[in-house]
Design a protein around this ligand. Sequence first.
Ligand SMILES: [Fe+2]
Ligand SMILES: [Fe+2]
Length: 193
Amino acid sequence: MDRLAEARKLAIAALGEPPPALQLLAPLDYILSEHFRQRSLCQAVEHLANADGLDREMADAILGFMAFDFGLHVIDEEEDLFPMLRRRALPEDGIEDVLGALSLEHASDNEIAERIVEGLAQALETEGADFPRAELAALLMRFADGERRHLIVENAIVLPLARARLTEDDLRNLGRRMAARRGIDYPENKNAV
Ligand SMILES: [Fe+2]
Ligand SMILES: [Fe+2]
């Protein structure tokens, strides 16, 4: 298998497989794992935008991820991680502006993601005739570009500060909320999966 085919296969596998439930015991690691999957999403989205014709398996994987996992992750951050961090951060951390900018990006990413999901669903239904249309290709590239920058800020600034400031209780609450949001049991001990 050549390098591109291998990368394609890995991206499709990453999009289809959520982090293990046990990682909810370390919810910031779970979020980091989701960020790795979102990097795969960016590669997959670019692949689709630049492809000649519709790669149905890839489009399906992207559609599934963007319609479910991606939205859940944004809610994890908006409703739990960011508010917790605002409560725990010290004034000298200067995190407020960073979180404010990321929240604005969440809102616009959600909107772009909805349009992409619609566009891909339509392309899959119509057998991908003329895929990708210029408008959808531009949207896919815009999403990948913005998302990559977003991930850099979250990985370099938000997660390290969360590791420094959130308490054990915060982390347990965060993990429980993320588990409930996904309809999975919170792993109460290391033996539970
Ligand atoms: Fe994130
Ligand atoms: Fe985010």
